[in-house]
Design a binder for this molecule. Sequence first.
Ligand code: IFM
Length: 472
Amino acid sequence: MTALPETSSATVGSTSRSFPEGFVWGAATAAFQIEGATSEDGRGPSIWDTLCARPGAILDGSDGTVACDHYHRWESDLDLLADLGLTAYRFSISWPRVLPTGRGEVNAPGLAFYDRLVDGLHERGIEPFVTLYHWDLPQALEDLGGWRNRDTAFRFAEYAALTQHRLGDRVTHWTTLNEPWCSAFLGHASGEHAPGMTDPVAAVRASHHLLLGHGLAAQALHGGRRPAQVGVTINLYDVVPASDARADVDATRRLDGMQNRWYLDPLFTGAYPADVVADLAPVTDMAFVEDGDLEIISTKLDHLGINYYSSFAARGLATPAPVPEGGRPTPWVGLEDVELADRGLPQTHMGWDVDPDGLRKTLVRVARDYDVPPIFITENGAAYVDEVVDGVVDDPERVAYVDAHLRAILDASDEGVDVRGYFVWSLLDNFEWAWGYTRRFGVVRVDYDTQLRTPKSSSRAYAAIARDNGWL
Ligand code: IFM
């Protein structure tokens, strides 16, 4: 491992501020993005293995076969976390590693990997935060209709129960789904994510079954023999109108509806937002919602995970924008006449606007409009182009990004929002889905040729904030 520079060239805030005592400091990853070993020890194929094999689906033509080779390097990766002094690690379990066909016989070596991982975390004094579904549905379940099939929700709850049965003596914090919006709408409407469909009706249907799966799994986890703290992670955005024009204001309502309220309302009020259901009526009815589903979906949670990266400025168009040649349909079903306006904000390598105050606003809004449990920021971070110079990676933009978003959390706390922890995305550079390995989110750089890990200056800056529980 290479020495880090003592300082970074980043400009960050200087005011002394601290987080509440006991604030959880962590880093996050996801199975498919880092593990590799996709056909080792009995793992079954997932929908992401299938999508990666589709020509043109992944920007650099890559796949998850090796990724960060974490399946073999997990011990030294946990050492990285320990070196940073972090006290929590959010990782996901690969469903097809545990249940190669999504149900039935458990794959003992697959589950044993997570057993070792959890033990390894405790040995290092790091609390595991386990996510059960970070997008890698077993392909065998996809073959039966995937999340369009109501049955998948029940299979998910079984998988949750058996995983907790094995790990629940050492894992307290459980997250059912990561960003179900992406699974449903990027997976089935825009087709950017697995299973790569472009069918808006399927997307809405899948979104309901994902939520149903969440509710059933939450109930199963709560009903297990071990005490479980259960939550779900949703990706939220602050949505503002591009102008005061009526079309932009209505576009904002609709985009906020499909992105944020489509999840917050059923989870915390037990109903889908009526205006969004009405907006969707020309596309689909909601016949797939059965009696009692929303009661299950709104099962009381112990924490809410929020992933925040950016905000949107919505512009309403007079006529729907045609899908550009070689482009993708919009993931926001029915919003072909809404576009994201350029506000001239700085952007990350993903092309996402950097807007830390959008995080404050999101947190304040969620706490104001919904009866939510304590919140964890389960992901926040940024992709930037960084490079190794003399064995060192200085990433001042990422340092500034993380610093500003942490300050935004404190601003929200000052307004009364109960935020209990923060997980930087990500511990390692990794497989960024349809972008392959072309986007680097890690606070630790991964050289994909050698698998050498080089902590970036952002890792040190973040570790210092975590150590001091703020800024001294
Ligand atoms: O890499 C992803 C992660 O898997 C889910 N949240 C957003 C990240 C950055 O795109």
